[in-house]
Design a protein around this ligand. Structure first.
Ligand code: HEM
Length: 233
């Protein structure tokens, strides 16, 4: 009897079906939405009589929202065990940095005509500008070292460095609180989100959440299997 060997696929042919990463796709769509919204409003002539302020607000708020969303990813993974959320954290952070940088450039180039003396004066005299500048300065090294290469190169220091994202979040909220003249409810809402997410990172709280998730997963399973390890940030 002739034994027919099963032909294996050549090494360059992947046996895995290409799958679309929906969360990442949704992140990119959400990431471009504020920019498209501003461009569309400008194209339609729907900007106000103060278009610089429109664009400043239209980039500042997305910068803060994406920053808060970045901070929410790790607690969301702890709560759900959905490790596949991890790759979107980097992109959320990069979109936040993109809008924060555009926001600053509009202020420095368009509003202040790149007059360094005037910009320096604004930073010293207006506390909300100082807080915004500090937040952006913290975000810069985080964005530059967000790649896998830098993560490997920095090892444990990478994690330590990237915890500074919470400081950036708190400073961005302070920036918002200080620039609002009357109703500070909106900035305070973002402040509560940043503080709440920071509390969820406290080791004791995190441990409790992990225990709670494992118990919840075990109850939902007919045949118990060992708990899934949750990726650290
Ligand atoms: C050097 C850095 C920055 C400068 C010079 C700056 C400057 C400004 C200015 C001039 C305004 C408008 C104030 C007004 O017209 O009343 C503003 C608003 C705002 N900025 Fe910044 N900013 C900076 C960094 C940031 C960063 C890093 C974030 C967030 C990550 C941020 C988030 C916001 C928000 C949320 C608003 C209010 C938007 C709204 O009311 O809809 N800014 N910023």
């Amino acid at each position: 009897m002739r034994i027919v060997k099963e032909q294996s696929a050549p090494a360059f042919v992947s046996s895995r079906k290409p799958t679309l990463n929906w969360p990442l796709l949704a992140t990119h769509l959400a990431g471009w939405l504020p920019a498209l919204n501003i461009a569309w409003a400008a194209w339609q002539g729907r900007l106000s009589i103060n278009p610089i302020q429109d664009v400043t607000f239209g980039t500042g708020l997305p910068a803060l929202i994406f920053l808060v969303a970045t901070l929410a990813v790790t607690p969301a993974i702890t709560l759900t065990g959905w490790n596949w959320l991890a790759p979107i954290r980097r992109w959320l952070g990069l979109y936040s940095f993109f809008y924060a940088t555009t926001h600053f450039l509009i202020f420095a180039v368009v509003d202040y005509g790149l007059d360094l003396a005037l910009i320096g004066e604004a930073i010293v005299e207006k506390r909300y500008v100082l807080a915004g500048a500090a937040a952006l300065l913290i975000m810069l090294p985080l964005a530059l070292t967000s790649t896998r290469g830098w993560q490997k190169r920095l090892g444990r220091d990478w994690k330590f460095l990237h915890r500074a994202v919470y400081a950036a979040g708190l400073l961005a909220v302070l920036h918002f609180v200080w620039l609002v003249k009357a109703d500070i409810r909106e900035p305070l809402l973002y402040g509560a989100a940043v503080v709440g997410l920071l509390l969820l990172r406290v080791p004791a709280v995190r441990r409790r959440l992990n225990e709670w998730r494992r118990g919840w997963q075990a109850r939902g399973r007919a045949t118990p299997s060992p708990p899934k390890p949750v990726a650290e940030d």
